[in-house]
Ligand binder design. Sequence first.
Ligand code: SAM
Ligand code: DTB
Ligand code: SF4
Length: 329
Amino acid sequence: MPDCLRHETLESAWPAQAILDLFALPLNDLLLRAQTVHRQHHPANAVQQSSLLSIKTGACPEDCAYCPQSSRHATDVESAPLMPLPQVLAAARTAQAAGAQRFCMGAAWRSPTEKQLDGVIAHVQAVKALGMETCVTLGMLKPGQAERLKAAGLDYYNHNLDTSRDYYGEIIQSRTYDDRLETLQRVRDAGLKVCCGGIVGLGESREVRADLIATLASLLPYPESVPINQLVKVPGTPLADAPDLDPLEFVRTIAVTRIVMPKTVVRLSAGRESMHDSTQALCFMAGANSIFHGEQLLTTANPRAEADASLFQRLGLVSMPMSSDLHKA
Ligand code: SAM
Ligand code: DTB
Ligand code: SF4
């Protein structure tokens, strides 16, 4: 078992049953608890904004059942090699002008080679020089690669556990849960901030969602950023016809994440495009305080800028300034 998942932390404040008990609270009680925790640790009405760019698209050898970029699924995604630096910089400048504090670059790799990492490092250095926070998600890292990214000025590494250990094999067979935890440990050891969360709506049970949250909370320390993605059902993927998750169960998942990891920035991540404004409002009430803005996620749609501006205005939400190290706050 990797160091990041030591027994004493698994047995610490939030065993899965205690998390399930939170899930089972009356919604009003759960929301009150989440709001109270939220206001103790974060500005009440500020939402961090990240922008996402796919810098290497499609043709991924992994078999993640939800993902339109897997080469195992017949989707409409057009593959593209590593994006040239000028195009990346132009996208980062546009995102910065639109109010993004952080620029996240995603690559559909199982694990980057050293040469592929050289290219990403150039991207990180250039985006960092614009004064933006940087985040990349490149798949599994080999020894030394997280240190190279840290030296380039990278702030965050995104690497999701996605679901519970027990449910993992239903969704992904081409790697293991421990592979994921090993990379997360490498990222932590290199001094990078960790962005790690999951996807809901994969046909999983509430127990699976509780187990994922328990595992995230057991990481030492828990991630600075926890994205909660709602499955975007993409035609051609094995989960294209997965049953809809009840929006209130999604809100509960956000609220429980907030209570269990009080200082983390909880990102209302993929899935906003098909989400009612009222559901998003409940998610912000439940403690979500980060979103992706911009009209595209990696390969799928995200709400238009005007829709988000209107939502923020109607809810009285403002953009959060650049984050400091939340674990030291
Ligand atoms: N290949 C790298 C990896 O898997 O870590 C980085 C890119 S991968 C697309 C990043 C994350 O996107 C996944 O961990 C998953 O949580 C999310 N994701 C992918 N497809 C999705 C979908 N259809 N709906 C919601 N989230 C999705
Ligand atoms: C994360 O947790 N969600 C983002 C980001 N990290 C890289 C990705 C969402 C991808 C949604 C499907 C797509 O657009 O391809
Ligand atoms: Fe590849 Fe990442 Fe998609 Fe899995 S989630 S198929 S690793 S791009």
